[in-house]
Ligand binder design. Structure first.
Ligand code: HEC
Ligand code: HEC
Length: 267
């Protein structure tokens, strides 16, 4: 009985996730998402938090994992009695204040892994520096004080911060259309790898890309990308509705074929 309930819950959450995604991904609606995240010197904490909230619930895909309960620690509500993310961020790693910890959790997710979870797989490179900072501000606002200011952004832009994740200096949306036809780059840019594993690593929300060509023809793969919600990949019934159905619009025909050829050859 509880299994049925769990399935229904997952499907509902998946559908909700899809709508959140679609709202962030369809070009006409995307104007609500700050495309050009360039903040002026007098940017307020509220501006940052608002921009971060839109990314968090939309194109950032954070809610694909955070908010489903077991896949990742809750951020907006309590996790393990430690409070919301804005309350617990300052006590995670000694020597790192809340702001530094939250930034590191996105740019260097392997540096500290919350107990009981697999390492977060996250493509910080798809995000601009300003977008990372707005996400940090939004998370601080969940029970804590927002200390991100325009100074942070200038400093990291100037020095490239010396961090391991060179966030792109442009303010482009992570879903910005690109011209590349390199399948691997496309999988990164389109955030496919926030749900699919490749090269033996990554999240298991959708089928593993390493051997996806052995059980499926190029036609099936193409259909799976264009119409992901028509039927579920074998073993992924409960996840039906989670994969965005917008790639048919956001990828060019050449890009789609590059991905299909690449995946069909992975056996
Ligand atoms: C593919 C699943 C997935 C996605 C997408 C994802 N996360 Fe995570 N996240 C995790 C997992 C699993 C952990 C716990 C393991 C760890 O700490 O690396 C985590 C940990 C975190 C933590 C540390 C929490 C704590 O209690 O210290 C923060 C902060 C965080 N994620 C923020 C984000 C934000 C912001 C986004 C979207 C931009 C995001 N995550 C997208 C899976 C995900
Ligand atoms: C938010 C998570 C998510 C993202 C992002 C995502 N997928 Fe998926 N994908 C899934 C899930 C869940 C399934 C299994 C359910 C289904 O078939 O719809 C799936 C299924 C698939 C399948 C198998 C279809 C079949 O029937 O065998 C292919 C191929 C695929 N995805 C490719 C991609 C590509 C390429 C991208 C990026 C352009 C991408 N996915 C982005 C979650 C995602």
């Amino acid at each position: 009985m509880w299994q049925t309930n769990l399935k229904i819950l997952l499907v509902v959450l998946g559908t909700l996730g899809l709508y959140t995604w679609v709202a962030g991904a369809i070009p006409q609606v995307a104007s609500e998402v700050p495309e050009e995240l360039t903040f002026s010197d007098d940017v307020t904490a509220d501006d940052l938090v608002m921009a971060g909230e839109q990314l968090f619930a939309g194109a950032g895909t954070c809610t694909a994992c955070h908010g489903t309960g077991t896949r990742a620690p809750n951020l907006l509500t309590d996790h393990a009695g430690e409070g919301t993310i804005g309350q617990r961020c300052g006590t995670r790693v000694s020597g790192l204040d809340c702001k530094a910890y939250l930034r590191a959790s996105l740019t260097e997710p392997a540096a500290f892994v919350v107990e009981g979870f697999a390492e977060m797989v996250f493509q910080a490179r798809a995000f601009s520096d300003a977008q990372i900072w707005s996400l940090v501000a939004f998370m601080q606002a969940q029970g804590g004080e927002v200390t991100v200011t325009s100074d942070d952004m200038e400093r990291t832009d100037d020095a490239a911060a010396g961090t391991s994740a060179p966030a792109e200096p442009s303010g482009d949306s992570p879903l910005a259309a690109s011209q590349t036809t390199d399948a691997r780059v496309l999988l990164q840019e389109n955030l496919c790898l926030s749900c699919h594993a490749i090269d033996g690593a990554g999240p298991p929300l959708g089928p593993n890309f390493d051997d996806i060509g052995s059980a499926r023809t190029a036609d099936q793969i193409r259909r799976g990308i264009l119409d992901p919600n028509v039927d579920a990949a074998p073993g992924f019934d409960a996840m039906l509705g989670m994969m965005p159905a917008t790639f048919g619009q956001s990828l060019s025909a050449i890009q789609l074929e590059a991905i299909v050829t690449f995946l069909a050859a992975r056996k």
